[in-house]
Design a protein around this ligand. Structure first.
Ligand code: NAD
Length: 503
């Protein structure tokens, strides 16, 4: 264990100044007061100390933000800019974020409890790259030409072409596990395609999005193109996704919330991308290189404290290798240094909130009550922060909640298996289908097993590797649509066809 409590005096003076500022909604190019005086505490989960407060946005705030985004889309300059001009603004945003990388990383670490390494790499650096990647797409949104035959118009001559038009106003709703990263995954493809956006960040982690709004002003993005309303999901979030002025909902969060949003989208004919929960299997085959697979499986679950949608939370190991693999992972779990996010020796920080800590511990407890055994972990240090020890559970059964439900914490269930058909059935045996990993030296086994896995991504000899150029999405109750890659940009456009009769 390293130091379990952050000392904010260890942060940059700019971070301390930002935290002390009054935080407001960002609407139509300016920070504005909320319609309500109610505020939400934002904490540092290493101590649960309040580090800032944000407005609890209301229907009225959401109305204002959507009206601003609507006006900016329908009448503003954003859509009229040439693709190269839009690209330049996105590149400017990337440059500004890069320049302020340390400040963003520190704010994110204090607020989300994740290490400076994690927030720097996954929130800041990946976002800088992703802004640049999507900037490149501005000039590459294209349709195609077609030569119709139209057999029922004898002698007719036709020419057809398609274009891709921006969808309009996007409602972006994001979770707390990679806060800035998730916000940029919503904002960047929306802007690249010519859309405008209202973002509702998670109430636990709204701070980097609000700091990013300041960069939006600096980068000369026209007013109303990016708007941010803070607040509770069931109030501000619900008002936003239900709003008739919204054309597309891009949601990342839990399956429960996502299913409700999917129903709203179906009823209102809004386009929708849903990135939801997971219970991703890590499957070791009998020829796996254990020197890679044991640490790989450990970090597949313990990376980001298990608060990863695609965390490798179910481990399947051939029975004859089970004891060796599981004791190797338990050794790694015991060696992980828990600590406050700002300390350089920390390998795993706290979970996001007291509620999340309670939820994770109650899952472990329910597993134990049903007969599971804690090989290592369970509980957490006696400290006000939201720490949970990295845990391994064995002796589980497939129908236990710890095996079926997303825990979203550092809890691995390890399960032995006897044959390939059996492990595929286990792997597919939850409602989720986000990621899966296969650990093997045999490409033929990859080619045989991967198509049988119900997962949006199958990693081979690795896990949790996401890249800006590679689309990411889930199947079953893990979601619909994709983020990242070309797909994310195109999912913010609609195809229009023009059919011309040639005289
Ligand atoms: P959550 O569903 O509780 O909240 C996510 C966001 O939705 C928050 O901004 C919240 O305020 C908002 N929200 C809540 N209720 C709402 C409603 N009724 N209408 C509109 N918005 C509402 O999820 P969470 O606990 O913040 O995040 C953890 C979940 O996110 C996990 O299930 C995780 O797997 C998932 N996640 C998925 C991906 C992915 O890409 N598939 C990535 C990261 C996280």
């Amino acid at each position: 264990m390293t130091n379990l409590s952050n000392d904010l005096k260890n942060t940059d003076i700019k971070v301390q100044q930002f935290l002390a500022r009054p935080h407001m909604h960002f609407i139509n190019g300016a920070f504005v007061d909320s319609a309500s005086d109610v505020r939400i505490d934002v904490i540092d989960p290493s101590t649960c100390a309040v580090i800032a407060t944000i407005p609890s946005g209301t229907d009225t705030d959401v109305d204002r933000a959507v009206a601003a985004a609507r006006a900016a889309f329908d009448h503003g300059p954003w859509r009229k800019l040439t693709p190269v001009e839009r690209e330049r603004r996105l590149l400017k945003l990337a440059e500004l974020l890069e320049t302020n990388a340390n400040e963003f990383s520190q704010i994110e670490s204090v607020n989300s409890g994740r290490t400076l390494f994690a927030t720097r790499k996954f929130d800041v650096d990946l976002s800088v790259d992703y802004l640049r990647y999507t900037a490149g797409w501005c000039t590459k949104i294209e349709g195609r030409t077609m030569s119709p035959s139209v057999p029922y118009v004898p002698g007719g001559k036709f020419f057809a072409y398609s274009t891709r038009e921006p969808l309009g106003v996007v409602a972006g709703v994001t979770p707390w596990n990679v806060p800035l990263g998730q916000a940029i995954w919503k904002i960047a493809p929306a802007l690249a395609s010519g859309c405008t956006i209202v973002l509702k960040p998670a109430e636990q982690t709204p701070l980097t999005a609000l700091r990013f709004a300041e960069l939006v002003m600096e980068a000369d993005i026209p007013p109303g193109v990016v708007n941010i309303v803070t607040g509770l999901g069931r109030v501000a979030g619900a008002a936003l996704v239900n709003h008739p002025g919204v054309d597309k909902i891009s949601f990342t969060g839990s399956t429960e919330t996502g299913v409700g949003i999917g129903e709203i989208a179906a009823r209102t004919m809004k386009k929708v991308t849903l990135e939801m929960g997971g219970k991703s299997p890590v499957i070791l085959l009998d020829d796996a290189n254990l020197d890679l697979a044991i640490p790989g499986a450990a970090w597949a679950i313990y990376g980001n404290h298990g608060q990863n949608c695609c965390a490798g939370s179910r481990l399947f190991v051939p029975r004859k290798l089970f004891d060796r693999v599981v004791s190797g992972i338990a050794d790694i779990a015991k060696s992980i240094r828990l600590g406050a996010s700002l300390y350089p020796d920390t390998e795993m920080g706290p979970l996001i909130s007291p509620a999340q800590k309670r939820r994770v511990l109650s899952f472990i407890e329910s597993g134990v009550q049903q007969g599971a055994e804690i090989l290592t972990g369970g509980g957490g240090p006696d400290h006000p922060g939201c720490y949970v020890n990295p845990s391994v559970l064995v002796n589980t059964r497939n129908n236990m909640a710890v095996v079926q439900e997303e825990i979203f914490g550092p809890v691995l269930v390890a399960i032995p298996y006897d044959g390939v058909d059996e492990v595929i059935e286990y792997a597919n045996g939850t409602k989720y289908g986000l990621g899966a990993s296969l650990w093997t030296a045999n490409i033929n086994k990859v080619l045989e097993i991967s198509p049988r896995l119900q997962a949006g991504t199958v990693w081979i000899n690795t896990h949790n590797v996401l890249d800006l150029a590679v689309p990411f999405g889930g199947v079953k109750f893990s979601g619909t649509g994709h983020e990242l890659g070309e797909e994310a940009v195109m999912l913010h456009t609609r195809l229009k066809v023009n059919m011309i009769s040639i005289a």
